[in-house]
Design a protein around this ligand. Structure first.
Ligand code: ADP
Ligand code: ASP
Ligand code: MG
Length: 473
């Protein structure tokens, strides 16, 4: 079971989460993964960045406010005095690490990826202690297990990739004995470590991925991701208030939604569970009586066509264009080699049929170095005007229409683009993944919300569809 930031956001939330665990622990053995209390990771990252400017006053309040926030939760949650003083001592020690780390960064005036990872991991280390102590308070045996001991990853410190064989081994050594003794391990989400023990993080929102990595490594029967919405909805409820809960979706659909920005799941969440077909539930920790969404290999077998719409912002489009690229062999290869060299994540690629330009969309954070890499790679072509321009456009968004059964259903693209046309929305680029689980397109970021709403309406996603099988959609 994984609890997200809002699900451990304050003492009342942690208590509610702990009660969910107590209930489940009656008839199954389980591992708990926690995120930082909501907002904490953001604050830590801001502090780390401020420290790198060398100006101490920008960040020195943070250790104090973190200590207050976590101490306050500890006071409310833990009555037993010796347990509480032990907990408070640990929280105190971890928060003082923030001050030491920021001081170090500030002296060096450099925020290395390793330091960035270490500072941003503090929130999970704090919340895990609160959760373990709360469970002990409720009569269960529970201990904190640092993810650095079990989630072994490569050395991309801020986007680390778990090494499954080693994670499996570590889980066997470290978690199995606890489970056999009916002790509930509370693992710090988001965090991993290289084989040499250097701390890494799995990327923002990465606790979902921690949960499925551990679930996969332990051959779990089920994985529960507890969050602040009822499950996976037909669209982000902040964009489309009429968005409806999907009771069951497939791994492919969920992966596509996560990849194209549905924040409810980290993009890599489903990877560790697909092969073993472990069902993943998304449920609301604020309404645990509700069923939530079940993600399985088949999803909802009778459903046809579009299931959900998603959108992703903070992305930038790079266009490589010019008459000279028509028919020139290797332009695409050179483009993608340059992009791969800077490890930029390409979200969408589109090439116009006239071959006058190739455009690709990357995270805005990766855009400056991607643009530079492309300008370097095409330096000669630019001089000779074979390539006329390489440009960057940042005020855009990708909207993706997702559904496994879209494959082989004609007319979906037509309806999508007619709906956008009627809403007066200009489409900048279009792509259809070879999987045919999605059609995605680029619009101006200002038009994103209207685009999502227009398509949601067009496919009447707010309505439940009558099913031949009678199963809820
Ligand atoms: P947690 O802290 O539990 O990991 P997140 O904030 O990362 O929670 O993810 C939950 C949020 O994802 C929801 O509050 C919702 O606003 C957003 N979201 C975006 N797209 C969807 C969708 N299709 N279905 C459900 N929630 C979505
Ligand atoms: N706390 C981390 C973040 O905010 C990881 C997570 O919440 O999943 O990115
Ligand atoms: Mg999340």
């Amino acid at each position: 079971m994984k609890f997200g930031g809002t699900s451990v956001g304050d003492a009342a939330c942690i208590r509610r989460a702990a009660e969910i665990v107590v209930d489940a622990a009656n008839d199954s053995s389980l591992v708990v993964v926690v995120s930082a209390m909501s907002g904490v990771t953001n604050q830590l990252i801001v502090a780390a960045q401020q420290a790198a400017t060398g100006n101490q006053h920008d960040w020195d309040d943070l250790p104090v406010s973190l200590r207050e926030q976590h101490f306050a939760a500890a006071q409310t949650l833990v009555v037993n005095e010796s347990r509480r003083s032990e907990l408070v001592a640990e929280l105190d020690q971890i928060t003082s690490e923030v001050a030491n780390l920021c001081r170090g960064v500030s002296l060096l005036r450099e925020l290395t990826p390793r330091a960035h990872a270490t500072i941003s991991s503090i929130g999970e280390r704090l919340s895990a202690r609160l959760m373990a102590a709360t469970l002990c308070e409720l009569g269960l045996d529970s201990v904190v297990v640092e993810a650095t001991e079990i989630v072994i990853t490569d050395d991309q410190y801020l986007q680390a990739e778990p090494l499954m064989a080693q994670v499996r081994e570590r889980c066997k050594e470290r978690l199995r004995p606890l489970l056999n003794d009916r002790v509930i391990p509370i693992v710090t989400g988001f965090i991993g470590a290289t084989v040499d023990g250097i701390l890494t993080t799995l990327g923002r929102g990465g606790s979902d991925y921690s949960a499925t990595t551990l679930g996969g490594a332990l051959d779990a029967d089920e994985i529960f991701i507890w969050t602040d919405v009822d499950g996976v909805l037909t669209a982000d409820p902040r964009l489309v208030p009429t968005a409806r809960l999907l009771h069951e979706i497939s791994y492919n659909e969920a992966a596509e939604l996560a990849y194209f920005g549905a924040k409810v799941l980290h993009p890599k969440t489903l990877r560790p569970v697909v092969a073993a077909q472990i069902p993943v539930w998304i449920r609301n920790s604020f309404a645990p009586e509700k069923d939530g969404t079940r993600i399985t290999s088949i999803g909802h077998p009778t459903r046809v066509g579009v299931r959900a719409i998603t959108a992703i912002t903070n992305v930038s489009m790079i266009t490589i264009g010019g008459r000279g690229i028509v028919g020139v062999v290797g332009v695409a290869a050179k483009t993608f080699q340059a992009v791969a060299n800077v490890r930029a994540n390409v979200l969408l690629i589109s090439q116009s049929s006239s071959e006058n330009d190739i455009c690709l969309v990357v995270d805005s954070a990766d855009a400056p170095q991607t643009l530079k890499a492309l300008r370097d790679a095409f330096e000669k072509d630019l001089v000779h005007h074979d390539v006329e321009h390489i440009t960057l456009k940042s005020d855009i968004a990708i909207v993706a229409v997702v559904g496994e059964k879209m494959r082989g259903t004609p007319g979906i693209a037509g309806r999508t683009f007619s709906a956008l046309g009627r809403a007066g929305i200009n489409i900048i680029a279009i792509a259809q993944g070879s999987s045919e689980y999605n059609v995605s397109f680029v619009v101006e970021s200002g038009a994103m919300r209207d685009a999502v709403v227009a398509i949601h309406d067009e496919f009447k996603l707010h309505e439940r569809v009558a099913q031949a099988s009678g199963a809820p959609d």
